[in-house]
Ligand binder design. Structure first.
Ligand SMILES: [Fe+2]
Length: 232
């Protein structure tokens, strides 16, 4: 029988308070959370060379250091609660004194979720597996069609956010879509993100300037295509 996923809000609240202490929000003024990043934290999951070293370091400092450690509070134990869940919790799940900080909490947790997806999307590129090709063909006509649509979308959306190759939750039928999410907001719940490209300026400006199309094309050249064939 399939195990049901539940969140015990009382236990979660305790975790939230511990994490809030780690984040520093309890000491803060309710505006932006403050993080102390470890400058020597290892760069995880990144093996592509399409970003400059400075950009990788900046990403590491912001999203793979202390923030990851703080958010790990939500991911262990049987009351599993990850940053994605955190972003979608209703205000009533938070202690009253934290509610004026919800936007900040969601913003940072959202950034964590999106960056994890981004780093996990970077691989060595190479040949696209046959099964993934089939899926791409049914959704975009061809791999070239996907490349064109993806780079076109990267040029079209001028805001800060993330460009996703996402799958719609349809029964019996897998369909890929390109979705742009603004800021650090998450994909809508009925969509599952497969490949994610960080479209915040800090990711590409050093190497590509304003050429978001070239940046998107470089990403596709080293995308972890095998993610498309993984069964969820
Ligand atoms: Fe980023």
């Amino acid at each position: 029988m399939k195990k049901r996923f539940t969140v015990n809000f009382f236990k979660f609240r305790r975790h939230l308070i511990i994490a809030a202490g780690k984040f520093g929000v309890l000491k803060g003024d309710g505006k932006r959370m403050h993080f102390d990043y470890k400058k020597d934290a290892p760069i995880e999951q990144v093996n592509a060379d399409f970003l400059t070293k400075e950009e990788l370091v900046r990403h590491r400092d912001i999203y793979m250091g202390e923030q990851a450690a703080a958010l790990s509070v939500f991911t262990d134990g049987k009351d599993k609660c990850d940053a994605q869940v955190l972003c979608r919790l209703p205000p009533s799940a938070f202690p009253r004194y934290m509610r004026n900080m919800l936007d900040s909490i969601r913003e940072d947790a959202g950034g964590y979720v999106c960056h994890r997806a981004f780093f996990a999307s970077i691989g060595s590129g190479g040949a696209v597996p046959a099964e993934a090709r089939k899926l791409i063909k049914s959704s975009f006509g061809s791999l070239e069609g996907l490349r064109f649509a993806f780079t076109d979308a990267a040029k079209k959306y001028r805001e800060q956010g993330y460009l996703w190759i996402a799958e719609e939750n349809l029964r019996r039928h897998r369909a890929l879509k390109l979705v742009f999410t603004k800021g650090n907001s998450l994909l809508p719940p009925h969509m599952h993100g497969i490949l994610c490209l960080d479209m915040w300026e800090h990711s590409y400006s050093g190497r590509y300037g304003c050429d978001r199309g070239a940046y998107a094309a470089a990403f596709l050249a080293c995308a972890r295509w095998e993610k498309l064939v993984l069964v969820r």
